[in-house]
Design a protein around this ligand. Sequence first.
Ligand code: TUI
Length: 315
Amino acid sequence: MLQSPICELLGIEYPVFQGGMAWIADADLAAAVSNGGGLGIISAMNANADWLRSQIRRAKELTDKPFGVNIMLMSPFADEVAKVVVEEGVKVVTTGAGNPGKYMAAWKEAGIHVIPVVASVGLARMMERAGASAVVAEGTESGGHIGELTTMTLVPQVCSAVKIPVIAAGGIADGRGVAAAFMLGACGVQVGTRFLVASECNVHQNYKDKILKAKDIDTIATGRRLGHPVRSLKTRFSRDYQKAEFDVNVTAEALEAMGVGALRKAAVDGNEAEGCFLAGQIAGLVSKEQPAAEIIRDLCEEAEPLLKGAAKWVK
Ligand code: TUI
Protein backbone atom coordinates (compact mmCIF):
# COMPACT_ATOMS: atom_id res chain seq x y z
CA MET A 1 0.00 0.00 0.00
CA LEU A 2 1.40 3.38 -1.04
CA GLN A 3 1.73 5.48 2.09
CA SER A 4 3.80 8.46 3.18
CA PRO A 5 4.13 10.97 6.00
CA ILE A 6 1.48 13.19 4.39
CA CYS A 7 -1.14 10.45 5.04
CA GLU A 8 -0.43 10.46 8.76
CA LEU A 9 -0.21 14.25 8.94
CA LEU A 10 -3.63 14.81 7.34
CA GLY A 11 -5.41 11.59 8.33
CA ILE A 12 -5.88 10.37 4.75
CA GLU A 13 -5.45 6.86 3.36
CA TYR A 14 -3.71 7.58 0.05
CA PRO A 15 -1.16 10.37 -0.69
CA VAL A 16 -3.33 11.82 -3.45
CA PHE A 17 -4.74 15.38 -3.48
CA GLN A 18 -7.38 16.51 -5.94
CA GLY A 19 -6.47 19.87 -7.46
CA GLY A 20 -8.63 22.87 -6.48
CA MET A 21 -9.94 23.51 -9.98
CA ALA A 22 -11.93 26.75 -10.41
CA TRP A 23 -15.58 26.19 -11.42
CA ILE A 24 -14.95 22.42 -11.29
CA ALA A 25 -13.87 21.33 -7.81
CA ASP A 26 -17.12 21.60 -5.82
CA ALA A 27 -18.31 19.82 -2.68
CA ASP A 28 -19.51 16.77 -4.64
CA LEU A 29 -16.13 16.10 -6.24
CA ALA A 30 -14.17 16.91 -3.08
CA ALA A 31 -16.34 14.60 -0.95
CA ALA A 32 -16.04 11.77 -3.49
CA VAL A 33 -12.23 12.08 -3.45
CA SER A 34 -12.11 12.21 0.35
CA ASN A 35 -14.47 9.24 0.64
CA GLY A 36 -12.10 7.42 -1.74
CA GLY A 37 -9.24 7.96 0.71
CA GLY A 38 -7.55 10.95 -0.97
CA LEU A 39 -7.75 14.63 -0.06
CA GLY A 40 -10.70 16.27 -1.78
CA ILE A 41 -10.38 20.03 -2.23
CA ILE A 42 -13.15 22.57 -2.82
CA SER A 43 -12.12 25.49 -5.02
CA ALA A 44 -13.09 28.88 -3.57
CA MET A 45 -12.13 30.36 -6.97
CA ASN A 46 -13.74 33.79 -7.49
CA ALA A 47 -16.76 32.97 -5.31
CA ASN A 48 -17.93 34.87 -2.25
CA ALA A 49 -18.14 33.81 1.39
CA ASP A 50 -21.75 32.57 1.22
CA TRP A 51 -21.11 30.25 -1.70
CA LEU A 52 -17.99 28.77 -0.09
CA ARG A 53 -19.74 28.31 3.25
CA SER A 54 -22.59 26.40 1.62
CA GLN A 55 -20.14 24.18 -0.27
CA ILE A 56 -18.17 23.41 2.90
CA ARG A 57 -21.40 22.50 4.72
CA ARG A 58 -22.47 20.27 1.83
CA ALA A 59 -19.09 18.49 1.87
CA LYS A 60 -19.48 17.91 5.62
CA GLU A 61 -22.82 16.22 4.91
CA LEU A 62 -21.30 14.03 2.19
CA THR A 63 -18.16 12.89 4.01
CA ASP A 64 -16.78 12.52 7.50
CA LYS A 65 -13.23 12.39 6.12
CA PRO A 66 -10.86 15.38 5.97
CA PHE A 67 -11.14 17.67 2.98
CA GLY A 68 -9.52 20.96 2.01
CA VAL A 69 -10.33 24.32 0.44
CA ASN A 70 -8.20 25.98 -2.22
CA ILE A 71 -8.03 29.76 -2.03
CA MET A 72 -7.12 31.51 -5.26
CA LEU A 73 -5.25 34.54 -3.99
CA MET A 74 -6.07 36.72 -7.00
CA SER A 75 -9.78 36.44 -6.16
CA PRO A 76 -11.48 39.71 -5.14
CA PHE A 77 -13.09 37.67 -2.33
CA ALA A 78 -9.83 36.18 -0.97
CA ASP A 79 -10.08 38.13 2.33
CA GLU A 80 -13.62 36.99 3.08
CA VAL A 81 -13.17 33.32 2.09
CA ALA A 82 -9.97 33.28 4.18
CA LYS A 83 -12.21 33.94 7.20
CA VAL A 84 -14.83 31.34 6.21
CA VAL A 85 -12.33 28.45 6.32
CA VAL A 86 -11.54 29.41 9.93
CA GLU A 87 -15.19 29.80 10.95
CA GLU A 88 -16.16 26.47 9.36
CA GLY A 89 -13.29 24.50 10.89
CA VAL A 90 -11.75 23.40 7.59
CA LYS A 91 -8.75 21.11 8.24
CA VAL A 92 -6.57 21.91 5.21
CA VAL A 93 -6.15 25.03 3.08
CA THR A 94 -4.18 25.11 -0.15
CA THR A 95 -3.52 28.38 -1.95
CA GLY A 96 -2.72 29.29 -5.52
CA ALA A 97 -1.65 32.14 -7.77
CA GLY A 98 0.18 34.15 -5.13
CA ASN A 99 1.76 34.46 -1.69
CA PRO A 100 -0.64 33.64 1.19
CA GLY A 101 1.68 35.21 3.81
CA LYS A 102 -0.87 37.69 5.17
CA TYR A 103 -3.33 34.91 6.09
CA MET A 104 -0.88 32.38 7.54
CA ALA A 105 -0.95 33.51 11.19
CA ALA A 106 -4.78 33.39 11.42
CA TRP A 107 -4.99 30.01 9.70
CA LYS A 108 -2.25 28.48 11.86
CA GLU A 109 -3.91 29.90 14.99
CA ALA A 110 -7.08 28.02 13.95
CA GLY A 111 -5.11 24.77 13.64
CA ILE A 112 -5.44 24.63 9.86
CA HIS A 113 -2.80 22.76 7.87
CA VAL A 114 -1.70 25.34 5.30
CA ILE A 115 -0.29 23.85 2.11
CA PRO A 116 0.56 26.57 -0.42
CA VAL A 117 0.92 25.70 -4.09
CA VAL A 118 4.29 27.02 -5.23
CA ALA A 119 5.96 27.32 -8.62
CA SER A 120 9.43 28.29 -7.32
CA VAL A 121 11.99 27.37 -4.66
CA GLY A 122 11.91 30.92 -3.29
CA LEU A 123 8.21 30.81 -2.38
CA ALA A 124 8.56 27.25 -1.01
CA ARG A 125 11.30 28.41 1.38
CA MET A 126 9.28 31.45 2.42
CA MET A 127 6.22 29.30 3.09
CA GLU A 128 8.22 26.84 5.22
CA ARG A 129 9.48 29.76 7.33
CA ALA A 130 5.91 31.08 7.66
CA GLY A 131 4.75 27.75 9.10
CA ALA A 132 3.30 25.81 6.15
CA SER A 133 2.68 22.12 6.91
CA ALA A 134 3.74 21.11 3.38
CA VAL A 135 3.91 22.61 -0.10
CA VAL A 136 2.53 21.53 -3.44
CA ALA A 137 5.24 22.04 -6.07
CA GLU A 138 3.33 22.57 -9.29
CA GLY A 139 5.04 22.34 -12.67
CA THR A 140 4.10 24.18 -15.82
CA GLU A 141 2.52 21.01 -17.25
CA SER A 142 -0.52 21.79 -15.10
CA GLY A 143 -3.77 23.23 -16.27
CA GLY A 144 -4.83 26.70 -15.20
CA HIS A 145 -2.50 29.37 -13.83
CA ILE A 146 1.08 28.17 -14.28
CA GLY A 147 4.67 29.03 -13.47
CA GLU A 148 7.73 28.52 -15.70
CA LEU A 149 9.45 25.41 -14.34
CA THR A 150 8.56 21.85 -15.25
CA THR A 151 7.56 19.30 -12.62
CA MET A 152 10.77 17.38 -13.37
CA THR A 153 12.95 20.38 -12.48
CA LEU A 154 10.82 22.07 -9.81
CA VAL A 155 10.06 19.09 -7.54
CA PRO A 156 13.63 17.95 -6.78
CA GLN A 157 14.81 21.55 -6.30
CA VAL A 158 11.98 22.26 -3.85
CA CYS A 159 12.62 18.92 -2.08
CA SER A 160 16.28 19.88 -1.61
CA ALA A 161 15.36 23.33 -0.32
CA VAL A 162 12.77 22.53 2.36
CA LYS A 163 12.29 19.98 5.14
CA ILE A 164 8.48 19.94 5.10
CA PRO A 165 6.69 17.37 2.90
CA VAL A 166 6.47 18.19 -0.82
CA ILE A 167 3.51 17.17 -2.96
CA ALA A 168 4.19 17.04 -6.71
CA ALA A 169 1.71 18.42 -9.22
CA GLY A 170 1.64 18.97 -12.95
CA GLY A 171 1.56 16.20 -15.53
CA ILE A 172 0.53 13.37 -13.21
CA ALA A 173 -2.39 11.20 -14.32
CA ASP A 174 -1.31 7.59 -13.81
CA GLY A 175 0.82 5.33 -11.63
CA ARG A 176 3.97 6.09 -13.61
CA GLY A 177 3.58 9.76 -12.80
CA VAL A 178 2.98 8.96 -9.14
CA ALA A 179 6.06 6.71 -8.97
CA ALA A 180 8.17 9.34 -10.75
CA ALA A 181 7.02 12.01 -8.28
CA PHE A 182 8.14 9.84 -5.36
CA MET A 183 11.51 9.22 -7.06
CA LEU A 184 11.96 13.00 -7.34
CA GLY A 185 11.54 13.26 -3.57
CA ALA A 186 7.84 14.08 -3.27
CA CYS A 187 5.71 12.24 -0.72
CA GLY A 188 2.40 12.77 -2.46
CA VAL A 189 0.80 13.97 -5.65
CA GLN A 190 -1.88 16.45 -6.64
CA VAL A 191 -3.95 15.49 -9.65
CA GLY A 192 -6.31 17.80 -11.52
CA THR A 193 -7.04 16.82 -15.10
CA ARG A 194 -7.80 13.15 -14.38
CA PHE A 195 -10.26 14.07 -11.61
CA LEU A 196 -11.99 16.47 -13.97
CA VAL A 197 -13.45 13.41 -15.74
CA ALA A 198 -14.45 11.65 -12.49
CA SER A 199 -18.07 10.44 -12.47
CA GLU A 200 -18.80 12.69 -9.48
CA CYS A 201 -17.42 15.80 -11.22
CA ASN A 202 -20.30 18.09 -12.15
CA VAL A 203 -18.52 19.86 -15.00
CA HIS A 204 -20.41 20.04 -18.34
CA GLN A 205 -20.15 16.80 -20.38
CA ASN A 206 -18.62 18.76 -23.31
CA TYR A 207 -15.66 19.58 -21.05
CA LYS A 208 -15.17 15.93 -20.10
CA ASP A 209 -15.44 14.86 -23.75
CA LYS A 210 -12.81 17.41 -24.75
CA ILE A 211 -10.37 16.08 -22.13
CA LEU A 212 -11.07 12.48 -23.14
CA LYS A 213 -10.41 13.34 -26.82
CA ALA A 214 -7.35 15.54 -26.22
CA LYS A 215 -3.94 14.55 -27.56
CA ASP A 216 -0.50 15.35 -26.14
CA ILE A 217 -0.11 18.63 -28.04
CA ASP A 218 -3.64 19.92 -27.52
CA THR A 219 -2.98 22.46 -24.75
CA ILE A 220 -1.69 26.00 -25.06
CA ALA A 221 -0.44 28.58 -22.55
CA THR A 222 -1.88 32.07 -23.02
CA GLY A 223 -1.95 35.16 -20.81
CA ARG A 224 1.81 35.85 -20.61
CA ARG A 225 1.29 39.45 -21.79
CA LEU A 226 -0.82 40.17 -18.70
CA GLY A 227 1.61 38.31 -16.45
CA HIS A 228 -0.74 35.43 -15.66
CA PRO A 229 -0.04 32.51 -17.97
CA VAL A 230 -2.87 30.00 -18.08
CA ARG A 231 -2.90 26.57 -19.73
CA SER A 232 -6.04 25.44 -21.50
CA LEU A 233 -7.15 23.22 -24.36
CA LYS A 234 -6.64 24.59 -27.86
CA THR A 235 -10.06 25.88 -28.91
CA ARG A 236 -11.35 28.76 -30.96
CA PHE A 237 -11.35 30.88 -27.81
CA SER A 238 -7.73 30.17 -26.85
CA ARG A 239 -6.48 30.66 -30.42
CA ASP A 240 -8.39 33.97 -30.71
CA TYR A 241 -7.00 35.02 -27.34
CA GLN A 242 -3.45 34.19 -28.43
CA LYS A 243 -3.89 36.17 -31.63
CA ALA A 244 -5.16 39.17 -29.63
CA GLU A 245 -2.21 38.87 -27.26
CA PHE A 246 0.28 39.24 -30.11
CA ASP A 247 -1.67 42.14 -31.62
CA VAL A 248 -0.19 45.44 -30.46
CA ASN A 249 -3.47 47.20 -31.31
CA VAL A 250 -5.35 45.20 -28.66
CA THR A 251 -5.11 46.90 -25.26
CA ALA A 252 -4.45 45.12 -21.97
CA GLU A 253 -7.97 46.13 -20.88
CA ALA A 254 -9.51 44.54 -23.97
CA LEU A 255 -7.51 41.34 -23.33
CA GLU A 256 -8.63 41.29 -19.70
CA ALA A 257 -12.24 41.72 -20.83
CA MET A 258 -11.94 38.79 -23.27
CA GLY A 259 -11.17 36.44 -20.39
CA VAL A 260 -14.07 37.45 -18.15
CA GLY A 261 -16.56 34.63 -17.67
CA ALA A 262 -14.65 32.23 -19.92
CA LEU A 263 -14.04 29.58 -17.21
CA ARG A 264 -17.73 29.52 -16.30
CA LYS A 265 -18.73 29.30 -19.95
CA ALA A 266 -16.54 26.19 -20.29
CA ALA A 267 -17.34 24.42 -17.03
CA VAL A 268 -21.03 25.25 -16.59
CA ASP A 269 -22.28 25.85 -20.14
CA GLY A 270 -19.86 23.61 -22.08
CA ASN A 271 -19.63 26.52 -24.56
CA GLU A 272 -17.06 25.36 -27.11
CA ALA A 273 -16.71 28.70 -28.90
CA GLU A 274 -16.37 31.07 -25.94
CA GLY A 275 -15.26 28.86 -23.04
CA CYS A 276 -11.74 28.53 -21.66
CA PHE A 277 -11.23 24.81 -20.98
CA LEU A 278 -8.35 24.68 -18.50
CA ALA A 279 -6.43 21.39 -18.76
CA GLY A 280 -2.97 20.00 -18.13
CA GLN A 281 -0.54 18.64 -20.71
CA ILE A 282 -1.27 15.09 -19.51
CA ALA A 283 -4.86 15.30 -20.85
CA GLY A 284 -3.78 13.02 -23.73
CA LEU A 285 -3.36 10.18 -21.24
CA VAL A 286 -6.79 10.61 -19.66
CA SER A 287 -9.07 8.21 -21.49
CA LYS A 288 -12.01 7.21 -19.33
CA GLU A 289 -14.61 8.56 -16.98
CA GLN A 290 -14.68 6.59 -13.70
CA PRO A 291 -15.52 7.11 -10.02
CA ALA A 292 -13.02 9.21 -8.05
CA ALA A 293 -12.32 6.33 -5.65
CA GLU A 294 -11.35 4.12 -8.58
CA ILE A 295 -9.00 6.81 -9.95
CA ILE A 296 -7.22 7.00 -6.60
CA ARG A 297 -6.91 3.23 -6.34
CA ASP A 298 -5.63 2.94 -9.94
CA LEU A 299 -3.02 5.67 -9.39
CA CYS A 300 -1.64 4.03 -6.24
CA GLU A 301 -1.93 0.38 -7.29
CA GLU A 302 -0.09 1.14 -10.54
CA ALA A 303 2.65 3.04 -8.71
CA GLU A 304 3.37 0.31 -6.12
CA PRO A 305 4.94 -2.34 -8.41
CA LEU A 306 6.87 0.39 -10.25
CA LEU A 307 8.43 1.66 -7.03
CA LYS A 308 9.07 -1.87 -5.73
CA GLY A 309 10.49 -2.92 -9.10
CA ALA A 310 12.86 0.04 -9.39
CA ALA A 311 15.57 -2.19 -7.88
CA LYS A 312 15.77 -3.99 -11.23
CA TRP A 313 17.84 -1.10 -12.59
CA VAL A 314 20.51 -1.51 -9.96
CA LYS A 315 23.09 -4.27 -10.42
O1 TUI B 1 -3.36 28.73 -9.03
C1 TUI B 1 -3.18 27.76 -9.70
N1 TUI B 1 -3.98 27.42 -10.74
C2 TUI B 1 -5.08 28.16 -11.16
S1 TUI B 1 -5.69 29.55 -10.44
C3 TUI B 1 -6.87 29.66 -11.61
S2 TUI B 1 -8.05 30.94 -11.67
C4 TUI B 1 -7.29 32.08 -12.67
N2 TUI B 1 -7.93 32.41 -13.76
C5 TUI B 1 -7.41 33.32 -14.58
C6 TUI B 1 -6.19 33.92 -14.30
C7 TUI B 1 -5.51 33.56 -13.22
C8 TUI B 1 -6.07 32.61 -12.36
C9 TUI B 1 -6.75 28.65 -12.48
N3 TUI B 1 -5.77 27.82 -12.20
N4 TUI B 1 -2.14 26.93 -9.45
C10 TUI B 1 -1.22 27.20 -8.43
C11 TUI B 1 -0.14 28.08 -8.88
N5 TUI B 1 0.32 29.07 -8.19
N6 TUI B 1 0.49 28.02 -10.06
C12 TUI B 1 1.40 29.02 -10.08
C13 TUI B 1 1.28 29.67 -8.88
C14 TUI B 1 2.01 30.79 -8.40
C15 TUI B 1 2.54 31.73 -9.27
C16 TUI B 1 3.21 32.84 -8.78
C17 TUI B 1 2.16 30.99 -7.02
C18 TUI B 1 2.82 32.10 -6.57
C19 TUI B 1 3.33 32.99 -7.44
O2 TUI B 1 4.00 34.11 -7.01
C20 TUI B 1 3.95 34.37 -5.64
C21 TUI B 1 4.63 35.63 -5.30
O3 TUI B 1 3.93 36.63 -5.21
O4 TUI B 1 5.84 35.55 -5.09
